[in-house]
Design a protein around this ligand. Structure first.
Ligand code: NAP
Ligand code: SF4
Length: 695
């Protein structure tokens, strides 16, 4: 048995020592920001993120602890999830709203907890407008959005006045509740943004028809809010700098609005990128880090007040570089604070290598919000469950063996060790990470290397005994005198039992992605689940990955970096695929339907642009020298391909669990070894963390 301690891994592109004081490593990030009436200790804003806890005052205790944990972690300023100023502005029926004096009390739990922890917090005022998922929604004009089923009612002139007053009242109530300020949500296609664009504002009165009239609504909101809350209260205005939809704002109009928002009394302007109905991805994993800070920089040349930039900023070196280049005065990150409440403290104290990374998967945060579930984080299941999922030290230390160093085994081993147990981790391959080692090789998923950097360093930090290159057998586990054994042996590829599948042209997904084997120009992929899609992306992108090249990525997705066209849209210029690819499934309907809510459309659009033929209702007949023989809609045909790659799902690898059970040794089985059907890392990591919380 080879017993090792893992070397400290540096974060990709930003190697940092474990002991260097990083206030000097990241001097721009840790420079205080003087707002005139208060000074922020650093340039990090925890951006607004709806968690679902905002919707019921009964959950405000949980919300208070969620924010307090981040305040203790040292973030300069935080913004809550959106609160509507009235019922018409709800995101969905009975969702978060701050409109009456009786609603102030519960908010004090949040502000008092944050202030006691040394933090500062603003409340975001968000009126959903036509994005409201309910029949009472309103908008400048009665035009339905492409992403909601309800046609909004057009606001009357009096209705607009009432709505402005509701914004102002909400800001005053926030001030009374002890918030340090408000963020007025003017981007992402919500009500204020709807006033600003011709696509959603076709009014002919003083609120529409000309640029000046369309701007009146946000400017009046900011001006009257400032008048009401006085000088020493933060007003952040979230300004849509790139709408990424057609018939939207032109750049000179956006600059004119920013100047007037500044003159009306905003303290800070935050950057908004893309309406929710835009078909350009703005925050998913495949968006390059810091892909949109160039637009904030263009705006910064035109304003005096500090500007905040945002989108796909997740590690300190990226953030510090953005500030050093002068693209912005502050950086906003939302999801990275779900992944790690101590992000700032770790960056400041020389422990960047221990930052739990946000991999921008959206699986447990945004997807949950759209599914009406409480948000959390794939990498940190304690996010938004701080009061329910304990990480408290154990009273009685146990010796625990964990078998398998995929996401489930790693999450379990590190959480157990953090709680004070003595943990031994066995992994039969020579590296930790399991299936994340395949994911990190997919163009657009390079971010998946970061969890291994994190877990690797954490195992070392916590003194976990790690045995790589060794399959733990029953004798080892029986003779090791462990108090508990956790089996996280993962999955094995499913055998689809297609005649001819032992033909040399057939590869499994592991070989296709990780073995370096040459793959031909015409390829059929059997199975269109998450891994089939990943393999298709792998086969249709030439190196280097667009995710590492902002200019190429913006060209491919049609973002107009010259800002010459309304909405910031240009004609996409997709680089042709080096291969002809078929992505197949047996079930009828559109492949990729079961991919995740907020990211699936990006994968489907990317493969469509590369000309991948995605087919459902396929029966596989056989594989031979002529290629893959299939029947589609009753028509037999032969796909003359060079390779067939099997991505037909997975089955639990329970061999060890069964052997232990036969010997009467109790083991806790987690992750793919427990349930393989539709397994994903989110379920595996949560199950592992929940087990570690009770052992
Ligand atoms: P999966 O999502 O279950 O997909 C398996 C695919 O294989 C399906 O398209 C299925 O479609 C097909 N299939 C199943 N049994 C078959 C058989 N006997 N013969 C031929 N085809 C068969 O599994 P996966 O793709 O291996 O992904 C595993 C997990 O990782 C999933 O939870 C997935 O969401 C996650 N993941 C997600 C992503 C992402 O979101 N981008 C990426 C990687 C992995 P038919 O039965 O219709 O043929
Ligand atoms: Fe980031 Fe994924 Fe966690 Fe969301 S679930 S915060 S995207 S790692």
């Amino acid at each position: 048995m080879r017993s090792i301690h893992l070397p400290a891994h540096g974060s990709s592109g930003m190697l940092t020592g474990m002991t260097t004081p990083e206030a000097t490593t990241y001097p721009h990030l840790f420079a205080p920001l003087d707002l005139g009436f208060c000074t922020l200790p650093n340039r990090v804003l925890m951006g607004s993120m709806h968690t679902g806890l905002e919707d019921h005052a009964r959950d405000f205790g949980k919300l208070a602890e969620y924010f307090a944990a981040r305040a203790r972690g040292g973030v300069g300023l935080m913004v809550t999830g959106g609160f509507s100023p009235n019922i018409a502005g709800w995101l969905k029926p009975f969702s978060s709203r701050l409109a009456s004096r009786w609603q102030v009390g519960p908010h004090r739990r949040i502000t008092e907890s944050v202030h006691a922890a040394g933090g500062r917090i603003c409340l975001q005022i968000l009126h959903a407008g036509r994005y409201g998922f309910h029949p009472l929604s309103v908008a400048p004009s009665a035009i339905k959005s492409p992403i909601t089923p309800f046609t909004p009612r057009a606001l009357s002139d009096g209705g607009i006045e009432c709505t402005i007053r509701a914004f102002v009242r909400c800001a005053k109530l926030a001030q009374d509740a002890g918030y340090n300020g408000v963020e007025i949500m003017g981007s992402e296609g919500y009500l204020i943004n709807q006033f600003l664009a011709e696509r959603s504002n076709q009014r002919s009165d003083r609120w529409g028809s000309s640029t000046e009239n369309r701007m009146r609504f946000p400017i009046e909101i900011v001006r009257r809010t400032r008048e009401t809350v006085g000088r020493d209260f933060i007003i952040i205005y979230r300004l849509s700098m790139l709408d990424l939809v057609d018939r939207a704002q032109a750049w000179d109009e956006i600059v004119a609005l920013a100047k007037q928002v500044e003159a009306a009394g905003a303290t800070l302007i935050n950057t908004g990128i893309g309406w929710h109905e835009a078909r350009v991805p703005t925050i998913v994993t495949s968006v390059p880090r810091g892909a949109f800070t160039w637009v904030t920089r263009r705006m910064k040349e035109r304003l005096r007040i500090p500007l905040i930039t945002t989108n796909r900023i997740n590690m300190p070196a990226v953030a510090d570089d953005i500030l050093a280049r002068g693209d912005a005065d502050m950086v906003s990150m939302a999801r990275p604070f779900l992944a790690d409440p101590d992000w700032v403290a770790k960056a400041r104290s020389g422990r960047t290598s221990l930052i739990n990374p946000c991999i921008a998967c959206n699986q447990a945060c945004l997807d949950h919000v759209f599914e009406n579930k409480r948000a959390s984080c794939l990498m940190n299941p304690r996010a938004c469950f701080e009061t329910e999922l304990t990480d408290a030290p154990v009273a009685q230390k146990k010796r625990i063996a964990v078998v398998g160093a995929g996401p489930a085994g790693l999450a379990c081993a590190t959480t157990l060790a953090q709680r004070g147990h003595a943990v031994t981790l066995y992994e039969q391959s020579n590296e930790i990470g399991g299936q994340f080692n395949l994911a990190k090789r997919i163009p657009g998923k390079e971010e998946y290397a970061e969890p291994m950097r994190y877990w690797g360093n954490l195992l070392t930090e916590l003194g976990v005994e790690v045995h790589l290159g060794r399959r733990a057998d029953t004798a080892t586990l029986r003779d090791g005198n462990f108090d508990a054994v956790v089996v996280a042996t993962g999955v094995t590829p499913r055998d689809p039992k297609i005649p001819g599948q032992d033909h040399p042209m057939v590869l499994d997904y592991h070989d296709a992605i990780a073995s370096g084997k040459t793959i031909g120009k015409r390829v059929a992929i059997i199975g269109a689940g998450g891994i089939g899609f990943d393999v298709a992306e792998f086969l249709t992108q030439d190196a280097p990955s667009p995710t590492t090249d902002i200019a190429r990525w913006t060209r491919e997705w049609g973002v107009d970096t010259k800002l010459a066209r309304r909405g910031g849209l240009a004609k996409p210029e997709t680089e042709p695929s080096p291969r002809e690819v078929w992505l197949l499934q047996r079930s009828t309907g559109r492949p990729g339907k079961r991919l995740n809510k907020t990211t699936g459309w990006v994968h489907r659009a990317a493969l469509k642009a590369k000309g991948v033929k995605m087919l459902g209702g396929v029966a596989y007949t056989r594989i031979d020298d002529a290629g893959l023989h299939v029947t589609i809609d009753g028509n037999p045909q032969t796909l003359a391909v060079d390779n067939v790659i099997i991505c037909a799902g997975q089955e639990s690898n329970r061999a060890l669990a069964d052997e232990l059970s036969a010997l009467g040794i109790t083991a806790h089985v987690i992750g793919g070894a427990d349930v393989a059907a539709e397994l994903d890392a989110k379920r595996a990591i949560r199950q592992a963390t929940e087990l570690a919380a009770i052992l």
